[in-house]
Design a protein around this ligand. Structure first.
Ligand code: NAI
Length: 432
């Protein structure tokens, strides 16, 4: 319907539905909306040309529209072939954004979409917002001259951050990059609180299970493991923890969880959840020992935590009982219930709280603003963490929601503590 279609989405006519989804998300994303308001006069991203490659859903739409309010022009592709909310992509395209994404892209479509965002006529990108490193790597490989003109990269995911550190180590990183994934404000909220709520939602929606009295094996007691165990315990589950790290094992112990080896309890448990980011944590051997009806799922980023490939053998039958729910039937008739084929269960089977998405989006926007406006020489071609001051600012943006009243340091107290009254309030090595 438009004269010039610089986008590619599934069906532009779905835009009204998508717009409503975006408006609903706005209600639960107060921090990023406050940032939009506070900075829209200054336009700190004026003339920024941002290539974005992230999941495309209502929550990302708030980020995209905020960046535009702050002065940026954007081109956006999906970082995952399954996660695009088609209606939202349509709403963004309808509002004039160059969106290239739809649910169920092929591998070839996927790279075509990113290419369309990177390589556009009369549009020289100067910033990248990445989730997984695919836009960064496509530009680096295919358009090295363009890559040199980039002022900064903001990376969201553990995989993308890992790739950036590797580039930096081999001397191939020619621009400063911000590792948003490991900022305190991200790990303490996304990993802990988001997973705490979404593990329950995922299990409930996919299996209708009752939690009270169920025995759960939770592999890994990092941020994600801590969140999941708290939620499950609160609903009356009996939770066992496995760990390789004595510090985390001790934490689990004093939090009141039995620390065991998976082998010791695998015959008795009703649910097994992996949260380690490691591989082969749940093996075929473990699954052989599980009892009938045991639910198996993964909350870590890697889809190799559960050895799903070893379940694809002729002696086992797979029955798809629901979307994202497979029964694996063993020769003796025993069934185990595998969720999301061992991929991140909460991304596949539940929604992530918009409030947490607001924290992440505000963090990404601030990182872009920081790199885009930094004095030359402030950042070298390396990977940086967000400053403590910026972490604190993201928190400040979100406090009004709770009508939280911060205590101010008195002059005397500030002097005694050696702090500025405006923060930062903790040294960089503080762990929260
Ligand atoms: P973390 O490093 O704090 O925790 C992982 C824990 O697993 C560590 O304590 C480690 O000692 C333990 N571990 C490693 N190998 C193990 C093994 N073989 N058996 C038992 N324990 C083992 O990391 P965090 O922040 O808890 O994240 C965990 C994973 O979850 C990562 O892959 C991360 O990317 C992912 N993640 C998932 C989210 C989601 O929405 N589902 C959100 C945030 C992170």
């Amino acid at each position: 319907t438009k004269g010039f279609n610089d986008f590619c989405v599934r069906n532009i006519h779905q835009h009204a539905f998508g717009r409503r989804e975006i408006e609903i998300a706005e209600q639960e994303m107060p921090g990023i909306m406050a940032l939009r308001k506070r900075a829209s006069d200054d336009k700190p991203l004026k003339n920024a040309k941002i290539v974005g490659c992230t999941h495309i859903n209502a929550q990302t739409a708030i980020l995209i529209e905020t960046l535009a309010h702050l002065g940026a022009s954007i081109r956006w592709a999906a970082c995952n072939i399954y996660s695009t909310q088609n209606e939202v992509a349509a709403a963004l395209a309808e509002s004039g954004f160059s969106i290239f994404a739809w649910r169920g892209e092929t591998e070839e479509d996927f790279w075509w979409c990113i290419d369309k965002c990177v390589n556009a006529e009369n549009w020289q990108p100067n910033m990248i917002l990445d989730d997984g490193g695919d836009a960064t790597h496509l530009m680096l490989k295919k358009y090295p001259a363009m890559f040199k003109m980039i002022k900064g990269i903001v990376e969201e995911s553990v995989t993308g951050v890992h790739r950036l550190y590797q580039l930096s180590k081999s001397g191939k990183l020619s621009v400063p990059a911000m590792n948003v994934h490991d900022s305190v404000i991200k790990t303490k909220f996304d990993n802990l609180y988001s997973c705490k709520e979404s593990i329950i939602d995922s299990l409930k929606r996919s299996t209708d299970i009752m939690f009270g009295g169920k025995q759960v094996a939770l592999c890994g007691y990092g941020e994600v493991g801590k969140g999941c165990s708290q939620a499950l315990k609160a609903l009356g589950c009996i939770v066992y923890v496995t760990e390789i790290d004595p510090i985390c094992a001790l934490q689990a112990s004093v939090d009141g969880f039995r620390v065991v080896k998976l082998n010791e309890i695998v015959r008795n448990v009703d649910i097994v959840i992996t949260t380690t980011g490691n591989k082969s944590v749940v093996t075929r051997e473990h699954m052989e020992k599980m009892k009938n009806g045991c639910i198996v799922c993964n909350m870590g980023h890697s889809n190799t935590e559960i050895d799903v490939k070893d379940l694809r053998t002729p002696d086992l039958t797979w029955e798809k009982v629901r979307s994202q729910v497979d029964h694996i039937v063993f020769p003796d008739g025993k069934r185990i219930i595998l969720l999301a084929e061992g991929r991140l269960v909460n991304l596949s089977c539940s929604s992530v709280p918009s409030f947490i998405a607001s924290i992440t989006a505000a963090t990404q926007a601030l990182a872009l603003i920081e790199l885009y406006n930094a004095q030359p020489g402030r950042y070298k071609c390396d990977v940086y963490l967000l400053s403590r001051k910026m972490d604190e600012y993201v928190a400040i943006l979100h406090l009004p929601t709770f009508d939280a009243h911060l205590t101010e340091l008195s002059d005397e107290q500030a002097k005694y503590m050696g702090l500025s009254k405006a923060g930062p309030f903790k040294p960089n090595y503080y762990r929260y």
